[in-house]
Design a protein around this ligand. Structure first.
Ligand code: SAM
Ligand code: SF4
Length: 452
């Protein structure tokens, strides 16, 4: 932990957390907000500058660091224009990877706090207000969660981080370095947090982890359980209606979790299972330790217990050495799986990862062209999946108001966005007939409200 002196600033009254990247960062951002509120710092009203801005950064792909510096510059400039000096905190994975450098390069930053140390944010804010800048990028095991305040009022859907870190060391990925080794949060803590979230209004929980299906623990009877056991325990909460989980790794998939998809009604028919590439040579070079075939067989087992399951994945194009023929194997896999949704990225060399120094780095224009072709295929399948849903009546959980008066936006069981009109409220579960499909959403007609 480094300490440097700066000019004293006043204690902030308002805050804003700007989260980039994955859902785990969104969860961390919410928890940082709760922590600041416990200290009497309130969310800045929409459209107003905040006294304290937390940049909750992501390091997974290129330009992340440059983005942080440009955000800092923008905050300083708008502060100057308003005659104010905002307190700036840099959190998340860029903070973990490049904290010292940020402190040296950006004097406007009052504190740098890594993803495993943000329970200390409140103290660091007090220090910064007293003129002491601070860096905390320690990785103590699981200290953070115990030190965070209780959950506050939440929306109809909420995230619950159950597992953190990664021991897989895919050769392109920075996560094992920024988030540390795999840990599972204890069962009893998770049940308690889930109960609080449900009491506060959550009707759907998404369990989060870098490798969420690697979660393991002991239930209240001292029995060793996996993620399926945790899901079954959460499903017993009467006011919790839906459970999802993300992101899984093919190698951590268990018989029990597959079976749960056929047996636990509250577990939604959606699986996000990244594959990255359809080429076995590329998968080996990525250190993924699964093949295209073993991945496809795994999906078949999910389809056997839950035939309507919506499948989603992550893809990287232009990994070092990827040939045109190998890229076409990815396209073939996409056509075979027919994903309902997907995330696709150009390979981005991450400092310190093995792939960054591999031979055969791919030219940017080749990556652009491959990404376009891959996304065209993925979009085609997504539209086809949505079109095949037209005519179905399904339960939609309302998440927010739509753009037009009387319009609502919610999610189908298959995580599709559904727009419809009706006399409803946020958090309602309603029966909607799906009448029209677009690539990213569906239009529906309200049939009836589901009794709570
Ligand atoms: N643990 C999860 C897994 O293995 O699928 C996801 C973690 S990562 C935050 C999310 C996605 O970012 C990965 O699945 C991968 O597609 C992408 N990604 C990670 N490192 C990348 C890199 N260096 N360049 C491009 N995409 C990357
Ligand atoms: Fe990164 Fe691979 Fe771990 Fe996912 S499994 S977080 S891609 S190292």
């Amino acid at each position: 932990m480094g300490r440097l002196l700066m000019k004293p600033t006043t204690t902030p009254k308002t805050y804003r957390v700007k989260s980039f990247g994955c859902q785990m960062n969104v969860y961390d951002g919410e928890r940082m907000g709760e922590l600041l509120e416990a200290q009497g710092i309130t969310p800045a009203p929409e459209g107003e500058d905040a006294d304290l801005v937390v940049l909750n950064t992501c390091h997974i792909r290129e330009k992340a660091t440059e983005k942080v510096y440009s955000d800092i510059g923008r905050l300083v400039k708008s502060g100057e224009e308003a005659g104010k000096k905002p307190m700036i905190a840099v959190a998340g994975c860029v903070a973990q990877a490049e904290g010292e450098e940020i402190m040296a390069r950006a004097p406007a930053v009052g504190m740098v706090v890594g993803p495993q140390a943000y329970h200390r944010l409140g103290d660091m804010v007090k220090d910064a207000a007293a003129g002491r800048r601070g860096t905390d990028t320690d990785m103590p095991e699981d200290a953070k969660f115990a030190a965070l305040p209780a959950r506050r009022k939440v929306a109809a859907t909420a995230f619950l981080t159950v597992q953190e870190g990664c021991d897989k060391f895919c050769t392109y990925c920075v996560v094992p370095y920024t988030r540390g080794a795999e840990i599972s949060r204890p069962y009893s803590d998770l049940l308690r947090e889930a109960e609080k979230l449900v009491e506060a209004g959550a009707r759907e929980l998404t369990l989060l982890g870098q490798n969420v299906n690697a979660w393991s623990g002991e239930n209240d009877k001292g029995r060793a359980i996996g993620l399926d056991g945790l899901i079954r325990a959460l499903a017993a909460l009467p006011d919790l209606h839906r459970i999802r989980y993300t992101t899984s790794h093919p190698n951590d998939m268990t018989e029990g979790l597959i079976a749960a998809h056929g047996e636990v009604e509250k577990l939604m028919p959606y699986l996000h299972l990244p594959v990255q590439s359809g080429s076995d040579r590329v998968l080996k070079a990525m250190n993924r330790s699964h093949t295209a075939e073993s991945y496809l067989k795994l999906l078949d087992r999910f389809r056997a217990v839950r035939p309507d399951i919506a499948l989603s994945g992550d893809f990287i194009v232009g990994f070092p050495g990827e040939t045109e023929a190998e890229f076409e194997e990815t396209l073939a896999l996409v056509d075979e799986v027919k994903y309902a949704a997907a995330f696709s990225f150009k390979y981005s060399p991450r400092p310190g990862t093995p792939a960054a120094s591999m031979d055969g780095q791919i030219a940017p224009q080749v990556m652009d062209e491959r990404l376009q072709r891959l996304q065209a295929a993925l979009n085609r399948h997504q539209l086809a999946f949505n079109e095949a849903s037209v005519g179905k009546t399904c339960t939609v959980l309302i998440e927010r108001k739509g753009k037009h008066p009387g319009q609502w936006l919610g999610k189908s069981p298959w995580l599709q966005s559904v727009f419809f009109e009706g006399d409803c409220a946020m958090g309602d579960l309603v029966e909607v007939e799906l009448v029209q499909a677009g690539p990213n959403s569906l239009a529906g007609q309200l049939v009836t409200k589901v009794p709570a």
